[in-house]
Design a protein around this ligand. Structure first.
Ligand SMILES: Cc1cc2nc3c(=O)[nH]c(=O)nc-3n(C[C@H](O)[C@H](O)[C@H](O)COP(=O)(O)OP(=O)(O)OC[C@H]3O[C@@H](n4cnc5c(N)ncnc54)[C@H](O)[C@@H]3O)c2cc1C
Length: 262
């Protein structure tokens, strides 16, 4: 099943994000999303993006599966899909908010968001995601880059003991602009764009360096990491293994892929 959404508002709350608020007649499933990392796949109708063919091949599987599903969408054409966190869910106002990272890669997702205006419509999948912060951790690292920040915020909001959370983010935003929902143990901001590196390094990353430099607390440690694929899955995943983290205490996911550095 899919849900038609309508744009209520679209604004740039800071230099890093385009914030779009959606409503919809059949939005209830999104309003009921419980996972701390709840996200949807948005379908961008009729968008063709240069260099997107590999992604479209992947999307083909989604479209094939979609054919057999009940749809409330009235869109036609060949939509490509992108995943976005439900940054805010407001059941009373019947709205959900998505924070789209502003980037100059020219992709379907951000191109659509940049032009979005009240009254525009888009089709969404049902919500996915299953993460909730583990109980009983003595220290909790929440690690994210800008696209991972909406999920990081939701996880912090869901945490019972935010005073145990060490936040490490790779972003151009200031601490105030992070809009963290609760007071946490510490916030470390690194900005890899200062190094001119919006590219994927095979050996290191600013987030990894910051995590390695962080004082590793005694007791049970948990990590929630969302961001660039190589940085999260390879680098932070390796660090988690080296530090002996139990798999159930390491939720690490790649949200996007930066171009390879040549
Ligand atoms: C579960 C999940 C939740 C996510 N939640 C969010 C979210 O809440 N907000 C959000 O912004 N993203 C989120 N993402 C990441 C988002 O889906 C990707 O960044 C996606 O690639 C953006 O699509 P696009 O069409 O704008 O660019 P694409 O067509 O995918 O890429 C075009 C070019 O832009 C580059 N690019 C893509 N994304 C970025 C970026 N963020 N910064 C710099 N360069 C980029 C690519 O490397 C490529 O060169 C999430 C991903 C997943 C899997």
């Amino acid at each position: 099943m899919h849900v038609d959404l309508e744009v209520v508002s679209a604004e740039n709350p800071n230099p890093a994000f385009r914030r779009v608020v959606f409503t919809g007649e059949h939005i209830e499933p999104l309003l009921r999303a419980k996972a701390a990392d709840a996200y949807v796949k948005l379908l961008f109708p009729g968008v063709t993006v240069r260099g997107d063919s590999a992604r479209e091949k992947k999307d083909h599987k989604v479209k094939k599966a979609k054919k057999s599903e009940k749809s409330t969408s009235s869109h036609h054409g060949k939509p490509c899909t992108r995943s976005y966190t439900l940054a805010q869910i407001d059941p009373e106002a019947r709205t959900v908010t998505v924070d789209f990272t502003r980037h100059d890669g020219g992709g379907a997702g951000y191109t659509w968001a940049a032009a979005a205006r009240p009254g525009d419509t888009i089709t969404s999948s049902l919500p996915r995601g299953s993460y909730s912060p583990g109980k009983g951790a003595d220290a909790f690292f929440v690690v994210a880059d800008t696209p991972g920040l909406p999920a990081a915020r939701r996880v912090i909001a869901a945490a019972k003991k935010p005073e145990r959370i060490r936040v490490i983010v790779d972003t151009t935003l200031s601490e105030e602009q992070l809009e963290l929902p609760k007071k946490v143990h510490s916030v470390t901001i690194v900005d890899s764009s200062e190094k001119g590196s919006n590219t994927r390094s095979t050996e290191s990353s600013s987030l990894l360096d910051a995590l390695e430099a962080a004082k590793w607390p005694k007791g049970t440690v948990e990590i929630f990491a969302r961001g660039e694929k190589t940085v999260t899955k390879r680098h932070i995943g390796r660090l988690a293994r080296e530090r002996g983290l139990d798999r159930s205490r390491a939720s690490i996911s790649g949200y996007w892929s930066a171009p390879r550095s040549s």
